[in-house]
Design a protein around this ligand. Structure first.
Ligand SMILES: [Zn+2]
Ligand SMILES: [Zn+2]
Length: 289
């Protein structure tokens, strides 16, 4: 009987080796760029998403906008597995930087954003935005909690228990992205990735985070918009009413069209608004279930 078991184990190992995902994973994948990334945004989806997003599937039903992504960044990264043409060598951004041992992988991630998000009525102060995971029920969930303009997932700024987000940055690639252990490639802060999309759409000329003409990075699952050092029309944000995660409420307009009235959003502008240099920790609106 023991002998038979061994044969079965050997047989199943051989079987999975020949026919399993191992072989599939080695298939060559051509270069993924902003021009050929997967994703279609339906014509009936609100203008805001048509104008600023790509590399996502966008649809709308009863005013609820759904964005779905395969999570693959439309540029080269050291975190792509070798069978992808997007794979590059490790590029250090300075002393102490290293490469995570794992690679990014294709994911299946969807967020649904209500047409009119409902505020939780929170006072987002430094007691709530404490940078420590699990200290409030109002924190965004761990792992993916939003989608960047280019289909990359946005994580909250909280590192896993016992880790510090400031240390995590040493594993960021030059786009400030890295994969978690399951292969979810993500941002916690600014990235030139979404800005390169604005550039390719002809909306800006300079895609450097901190000095682009317009800086918008993405949207969280509750409808909170992530802007950078500018408002959507390129104006300098007034920081006087910022909460503890650089958030405030006003109309979101490109100077011609008001896409959202009185919408909560945060500004990540790491050199100027140094009070909070990451994605939001606290969910302003209900939702994200
Ligand atoms: Zn991370
Ligand atoms: Zn603002």
């Amino acid at each position: 009987m023991k002998y038979l078991n061994h044969i079965l184990i050997i047989f199943s190992l051989t079987f999975s080796y020949n026919c399993g995902p191992v072989e599939e994973a080695q298939e060559h994948v051509d270069l993924i760029t902003l021009d050929n990334c997967a994703g279609t945004i339906s014509d009936d989806v609100p203008q805001f998403y048509q104008k600023y997003f790509a590399c996502v599937d966008g649809s709308v039903s009863n005013g609820v906008v759904t964005l779905a992504t395969d999570g693959l960044p439309p540029y080269s990264s050291m975190y792509y597995p070798e069978n992808y043409e997007n794979q590059t060598e490790f590029v250090s951004q300075g002393d102490g930087y290293y490469q995570n041992p794992n690679f990014l992988s294709t994911i299946n991630y969807t967020i649904s954003i209500p047409a009119n998000p409902v505020s939780k009525g929170l006072t987002i102060n430094s007691a709530l935005v404490d940078g420590v995971v699990g200290t409030s029920n109002e924190e965004y969930a761990m792992n993916a909690a939003g989608v960047a303009l280019n289909g990359v997932t946005l994580f909250n700024p909280l590192a896993g228990p016992g880790d510090d987000i400031e240390d995590e940055k040493y594993s960021f690639d030059p786009y400030n992205g890295h994969p978690e252990p399951q292969g979810f490639y993500h941002y916690h802060t600014t990235s030139k990735g979404p800005l390169e999309l604005l550039q390719s759409k002809g909306l800006i000329q300079n895609a450097t985070a901190g000095s682009a003409e317009i800086e918008i990075y993405g949207i969280m699952c509750d409808g909170t918009i992530i802007l950078g050092c500018t408002e959507l029309d390129g104006a300098t944000p007034s920081s006087s009413d910022f909460d503890a995660q650089n958030g405030h409420v006003h109309d979101i307009t490109d100077g011609t069209t008001t896409f959202f009235e009185n919408r909560y959003h945060i500004h990540i502008c790491t050199e100027t608004f140094t009070g909070h240099r990451f994605t939001p920790e606290i969910q302003y609106y209900q939702g994200c279930n």
